[in-house]
Design a protein around this ligand. Structure first.
Ligand code: HEM
Length: 134
């Protein structure tokens, strides 16, 4: 599965030590995702910077089928802006777009990441089993 797939698994293992806040801003979101555990903080930082690099280079995303929102995001990877700033305990990101559908997509993905953090791996499995109809 490779290094990135294993980072994602470890993020799930640390999910109850990760906290996250998402704020809607004009055109998108601002999200802060952090962990008081230094290992958790490092995992968040390396996950997001690697995923952003993959989007920039149009490289495949590991485990993409497990996300309801990512397939659309990678197709639109040049149609929204991503900014990343490391914090002492994790990462702050700003994602914005002009197009209203893109803005919705950004916010949907942010909500999915929040569910991953709050509920860990099971929500992902459930969602995958029942599809993403709702
Ligand atoms: C506990 C599990 C996870 C955590 C804590 C996490 C954390 C994050 C964070 C903080 C971001 C930046 C965007 C934002 O803050 O809204 C992000 C983006 C991303 N994540 Fe994850 N993630 C998790 C699971 C996953 C999984 C399962 C996948 C792959 C299926 C994945 C792939 C990506 C990709 C491709 C991006 C870049 C897309 C974008 O925001 O533009 N992540 N993740």
């Amino acid at each position: 599965m490779g290094r990135e797939g294993s980072t994602i698994h470890q993020l799930f293992a640390y999910h109850d030590q990760i906290h996250r806040s998402v704020e809607d801003i004009p055109g998108g979101i601002r999200a802060i995702t952090e962990s008081d555990n230094p290992r958790g903080a490092t995992l968040i930082q390396s996950h997001v910077s690697r995923m952003y690099a993959r989007l920039d280079q149009q490289d495949p995303i590991p485990m993409i089928g497990m996300s309801a929102t990512l397939p659309k995001m990678i197709q639109a990877n040049r149609k929204y802006q991503r900014q990343l700033h490391k914090t002492a305990k994790g990462i702050e990101i700003i994602e914005t777009a002009i197009n209203a559908n893109m803005v919705m997509m950004i916010r949907d993905h942010a909500r999915e990441v929040t569910q991953f953090v709050e509920q860990g791996m099971p929500v992902m499995t459930n969602r995958r089993m029942r599809g993403y109809a709702q």
